[in-house]
Ligand binder design. Structure first.
Ligand code: AMP
Ligand code: MG
Length: 484
């Protein structure tokens, strides 16, 4: 296909040996129909969709025609899924290439739901429209919340039915990521037990993501340390906005530090640390409050992959890696505390800060209060004067908070500004997401596009959006599904 779009492919991963991937093209679909395209993202990528007609664009985003310069592959990876190790790989995704922007930033362009690959096992390689739309809206919301995330460039219907419990409309999501290399990618290579393959992957990752480590004396150890920091930053961000990923398997943790794989994820409304939405997470392994511990668990699996690259002497290598993994707790605690200080507008540190924060969270938990809206109330925004905030315990807490606010030359202008930078006003509320997905499934994208628009400015007060700010008033428990 002629390049009218400005694709600028340079497919470095596909040049690695076949250990890392399978060359495969997307399987053509029956009746491509583009339903969403992300013009903002297209602009950021320096892509131009104005010179291509809709039918060609639909064919493109379904993989029926591949752009010039692409070199499609399915990537190999493994993963601990709910704690159990499995060899996986892209079973329903194809990386069509790496696009370079005008400023030489490199992005993977991947089709998700594009047909069977060598890694499909028993799956059909396809994806349903609902979950692809869900990934689109939540990943874009995360990006707009200033949280590192893969992005969504387009969703196209395939015109084919896919069989799940019921027949569903098939669709393909075009996912954009700084790469799709995962902890599970290292696990896959480590499991093959060939040191030179691991070295190749390590060198590739350092060059692509962390070039400043290129001259490091111990790349493996430094990469581990870097990833510990990146993943702590990420999970602290999730905790900040009440995001629950839902399926933090090691294959769903990127080496770039971007949030990936929007399956059963959802945002918490009532504050409850044990919140789980995913219907398959029966033990609560990936509950809101477990996310930091699971991050550490996943990083330990990552460290295991690197052992033989850290030191020839296995004992020494384990010692060095363990030392780094052991820093997790303290680092997380400090970053989490600082994040919560921001949410409360606190400058500097005070040794009672943790108590102040935990007291507020405990009060929210005991009274089943909305997490997002409590911070909006504290920021003095209009429409957050729920009577729950007249509660005596809350008022007492607020007095302590106001005392603490006075420290370090703080003033309302300063603390409100700080709070406004950390506390979203609007998050993707579960009932609004469901409502917009139901309508979109029936080909009415009005509410979907409206929600998408509102979620572009989560930290700004917007007019006439009060229904987007309330938690679901129905008593029904919210459940999410993997969408595979
Ligand atoms: P996920 O739950 O999306 O992280 O997927 C876990 C693994 O299952 C990955 O290797 C996917 O590629 C694979 N997978 C998920 N859905 C399908 C499907 N419909 N067909 C084939 N493979 C799938
Ligand atoms: Mg996955």
């Amino acid at each position: 296909m002629k390049n009218t779009i400005n694709w600028n492919f340079d497919n470095s991963y596909s040049r690695l040996s076949n250990v890392f991937k399978e060359h495969i093209e997307p399987v053509a679909v029956k009746n491509p129909e583009l339903v969403l395209v992300n013009q903002d993202l297209a602009k950021e990528l320096n892509l131009d969709f104005t010179k291509i007609n809709k039918s060609d664009l639909s064919a493109l985003f379904c993989g029926n025609i591949l752009p010039e310069g692409s070199n499609a592959i399915a990537q190999a990876y493994a993963g601990h899924q709910f704690g159990h190790f499995t060899m996986l790989g892209d079973g329903r995704a194809v990386l069509i290439g790496e696009h370079l922007t005008n400023s030489n930033k490199r992005y993977d362009i991947q089709f998700k739901g594009s047909g069977k690959t060598a890694f499909s096992r028993n799956g059909d390689g396809r994806a349903a429209l609902g979950p692809m739309l869900r990934e689109y809206i939540i990943s874009e919301a995360m990006h707009n919340l200033d949280i590192p995330s893969t992005r969504s460039l387009a969703v196209a219907k395939t015109g084919e039915k896919i069989m799940r419990e019921n027949p569903l409309q098939g669709a393909i999501l075009t996912r954009v990521a700084s790469s799709h290399i995962r902890v599970g990618t290292f696990q896959y290579v480590a499991a093959r037990d060939k040191k030179n393959e691991l070295e190749t992957l390590l060198d590739y990752v350092v060059k692509r993501h962390y070039p400043s480590l290129d001259n490091s004396k111990n790349k493996a150890l430094d990469l581990l340390e870097t990833l510990i920091d990146k993943q702590i930053d990420l999970v602290v961000n999730w905790m900040r906005v009440g995001f629950i990923h839902g399926v933090m398997n090691t294959d769903n943790m990127t080496i770039s530090g971007e949030t990936i794989d929007y399956g059963p994820c959802a945002f918490m409304d009532r504050y409850d640390p044990k919140t789980v939405f995913s219907s398959i997470d029966k033990m609560g392994r990936y509950a809101y409050c477990n996310q930091p511990a699971i991050t550490k668990w996943n990083l330990s699996r990552f460290a295991e992959c690197l052992i033989r690259l850290i030191d020839k002497n296995e004992k020494e290598a384990i010692k060095s890696a363990t030392k780094l993994i052991d820093t997790f707790g303290e680092k997380y605690e400090e970053k989490w505390l600082n994040m919560m200080r921001k949410k409360l507008g606190l400058l500097g540190t005070d040794n009672k800060d943790k108590f102040l924060i935990v007291d507020l969270l405990t009060w929210m938990h005991q009274n089943k209060v909305d997490y997002t809206n409590t911070f909006c109330h504290l920021m003095n925004l209009k429409e957050y004067d729920d009577k729950i905030y007249n509660d005596n315990n809350f008022r007492n807490w607020k007095k302590n908070w106001q005392e603490r606010l006075k420290l370090n030359d703080n003033n309302p202008k300063k603390y409100i500004k700080l709070m406004r930078s950390a506390n979203p006003i609007v998050i993707p509320r579960n009932h609004k997401v469901e409502e917009s997905l139901e309508n979109a499934y029936d080909n009415n994208f009005e509410s979907f596009n409206k929600l998408l628009e509102i979620l572009k400015k989560p930290y700004t007060q917007q007019d006439n959006i009060s229904e987007y700010l309330k938690m679901d008033s129905s008593s029904k428990e919210y459940k999410t599904f993997c969408g595979t």
